[in-house]
Design a protein around this ligand. Sequence first.
Ligand code: RM4
Ligand code: MN
Ligand code: MN
Length: 396
Amino acid sequence: MKDSSVEVIWRALDKFNIELPSWGFANTGTRFGKFIQPAAATSVEDKFSDAVQVDAVTGACKTLALHVQWDLPRGLQDVNKVEGLAKKFGIHPGSINPNIFQNQEYKYGSVGNPDPAIRRLAINHILECVAIADALGSRDVSPWFADGSNYPGTQNIRTRIGYFEQGLQEIHSALKPGQRLLLEYKPFEPAFYHTDIADWGMAYLLAKNAGPQALVLVDTGHHYQSQNIEQIVAWLLHHQMMGGFHFNDRRYADDDLTLGSIDPYQIFRIFHEIHIFEWEKGTTADIAYMVDQSHNLKGKIEAMIQTVCTAQELYARAALVDRNRLSKYQQECSLVDAEETLRTAFWQDVRPVIREWRKSRGLPEDPLQAFRASGYLERITKERAEKNVGASASYA
Ligand code: RM4
Ligand code: MN
Ligand code: MN
């Protein structure tokens, strides 16, 4: 590979940080049951400890996304504990995720619930999350709303839009300067007829209505079949509304599969849109790159390492696109040459260059192999096995 290409890759990787999800280290399941893993994290301390292993071998994961109900069950009162863990493990709390989908109260929705008392409960919880984020020094509050309905005619769709507009405005007004509210959309599941924030257009309009610190979060798994995700990303970038990603891959629906395992070209094309935006504007897009995957079959830490490495590879490959040539070909409508410019970058094997980059940064050349050699997995399997035996696996 040319020296200039090597430099492009190194520069790209130096600035590419990926946030890990705390919930990706714990036992999670499908809607039919959980497959319990003996090494799964059993506490927030375990989650920090596991996340650090991923950072130790990849050097790319300096923050850990937290889900308030799962990681700070006592809300603000748990801030000190989490701060202590962050210090101990040297990884910062990342985005703060409210939980407005799990409690019985939210059966018919949270911020979109017809009952004003439930709407208040949900808004208050998110307001507490804003305060938690502020206390922990983390910038983004990113709620995902499971709100919706299962049968036609059972809810007033427009009334609920109004509830969301009002509620999100109130939440926005509690944001401190610099904080961001990231609105995630999802077309269906758990609601199967209508979801209140079903796509990027709805998230965009609600964010715009809430205020300037509200942006859109794109979970790559939350799209209809065959949707052009890079086009959505391009639109959000164009309107300065692209707040962050939840990375995962999907074959059918919200499968939470490993990033790039099904369609690496899709992820490459998303990264290309970001690189070309940054190149044209001469700035770095302020995007939070986060993973949202819960593996119940793969080893959780290994799956995260695999994900981070895949993200780095695809990000580096997209950085290699010769954008000068591409622009020229686009202008001339030289279709084959333009497409080949993209494909040439996609088919480059960047792994040897990434290995060199890792070495130069004091990181292991092969992160997965380094993790396996560390003995960490064997140690935690022993330490946690007993605690995990008692974990509930049942669906009904
Ligand atoms: C949802 C969505 C959210 C995540 C929950 C657990 O499908 O992706 O981001 O917080 O799952
Ligand atoms: Mn998500
Ligand atoms: Mn999801």
